[in-house]
Write a protein that binds this ligand. Sequence first.
Ligand code: FES
Ligand SMILES: [Fe+2]
Length: 381
Amino acid sequence: MDSTTRLQDDATVVARIFDHIDHQTTDVGETTWREPVENYRSPERFAAELEILRRYPVPFCPSAALREPGSYVARSAGGTPLIAVRGHDGQVRVFRNACRHRGTQLAAGAGCQKAFVCRYHGWTYGLDGRLRHVPHEHGFPGLDKDARGLVAVQSVETEGLVFVTQQSTPSLEAELDRLPRLIPPSCRLIRTNEGEVPANWKILVEGFLEGYHIRSTHQTTFYPVQFDNLNVVETFGRNRRIAFPYRAINKLRAAAPAKRSAEGKLTYVYHLFPNAMVATFPGRIFLILLEPLAIDCTRQIAYVLSDREDDDAEAQAALKRGGDFVDAGAAEDRDVACSIQRSVASGANEFFEFGLFEAAIGHFHRTLRAALGAQDECKRG
Ligand code: FES
Ligand SMILES: [Fe+2]
């Protein structure tokens, strides 16, 4: 597996894929990885993982979900209810979703509004979080409205994503500076799918990170168009990118190497540590967020984005077919994840073993273990 921190260009990835097709090989890791099943069952481990989700910069939503001033997205991240909102100045800000009077949440889901008015007693906050109005204010003698605005968390908008971290870090922008191009600014939000999956969040992450299961799990969905167990795996920082080529990639052999674009010829899955995926499909980009609700339950939020302007019925129908196809494959992955979850307490396995083809999963678990270790050290220090 490639361990450089820079991702290769399409032409290089395609050349590596042709090499694998010609030799019936795939990228392999140096070692296998054994993850103790206890790590999917231990409440202490789960609590520590939630802390990681709050401490590291994580994608909260795509920029395209916050198109205009007043557009907001409210959901929990790492167990904390947050609201991201675009201000009149065009800047995205993220706040803890709690009224500064008695804590009522100020918004749910997504929408667009001029201000956040608390439904309990009507305290009103501007898009910049400032407390603007308190009904019957004389009931709060000495209230310092400037000090009672919504509580902000650090956020950065970059590469078409809004990142948040609940533990401020001075190096946030520099850290995110090293990201590859993820979601082009021209992308619009087509739809959002959300649902609860009765499985540990890490089991769901694992399902995105290898192509060894394409033939068995996705027999009638992905397998007819994709190769089984043929991937290019790269890592960048705490993150990774896995290329899943389509059989149609062979058409690129006729093109000059420098002119080989991966668009429509493979799916890239970018795993942004710890719990987000950006996956490219023809005409579509998916942002998938895995928010742990409990040790055995995860909210999966999928934002579907596109920069295609095709309005004619035929193009729309083709895109819909593509969307249905991805949904069918994703349902198969969720099904397997739920099946694994049901076996976690069976006592059958002391560890799950990830083989040489599943090295990206080993990299994920190693990164998570290191992050948890660093957290422990911080606490001891
Ligand atoms: S709790 Fe929000 S106004 Fe009272
Ligand atoms: Fe899958």
